[in-house]
Design a binder for this molecule. Sequence first.
Ligand code: 5GP
Length: 111
Amino acid sequence: MTIFKKIIDHEIPADIVYEDDQCLAFRDISPQAPTHILVIPKKEITAVDALTEEDQMLVGHIFLVIQKIAKDEGLTDGFRVVTNNGQNACQTVPHLHFHLLGGRPFGWPPG
Ligand code: 5GP
């Protein structure tokens, strides 16, 4: 069981900013920007490469939730959505998650 599953089950605390029957959003414990929120499905999916066709609606829903949270957080000057998949991308928690980052400018290309 991952730490994110424990957050979903409210077994460990998190600063939750949004929750519905399909997904949960909470502030990252180690923020890399003034706004750094993780949006995750409640379904246990390890990463993008584990998605299946049955997850299409779920992923679309998550992006609309990201859009709503970005508005609620006042990220009118832009924001970045990042998902790390696997070792080379430095994924550390094997539960699919989308980082919503905002509140400062970001460089490109990413490191
Ligand atoms: P990854 O490196 O897998 O893309 O991102 C995992 C993220 O989860 C990291 O940004 C890390 O700071 C965050 N994180 C890890 N453990 C916890 C936790 O217990 N609570 C919260 N809120 N964030 C966590």
